[in-house]
Write a protein that binds this ligand. Structure first.
Ligand SMILES: [Zn+2]
Length: 59
């Protein structure tokens, strides 16, 4: 399965630090923190490495 970052559309590698939001969109942690500077951000639900997020949230 391949999941891309909702922000930059780049591939999320298994060891990347990622953020998942309430709509189950996944972002690079870096992309998400850049987006936090903007207003219309959906609240995050969890964060961690891609491997952990995949396991916990059944994406
Ligand atoms: Zn990204």
């Amino acid at each position: 399965m391949k999941i891309n970052c909702t922000c930059c559309r780049g591939k999320l590698e298994i060891n990347d630090k990622v953020v998942i939001d309430e709509l189950n969109s996944v972002y690079h942690a870096d992309c998400y923190s850049e987006m936090e500077l903007n207003e219309n951000l959906i609240n995050w639900k969890d964060f961690g490495t891609m491997a952990v997020i995949l396991e916990k949230h059944n994406l």
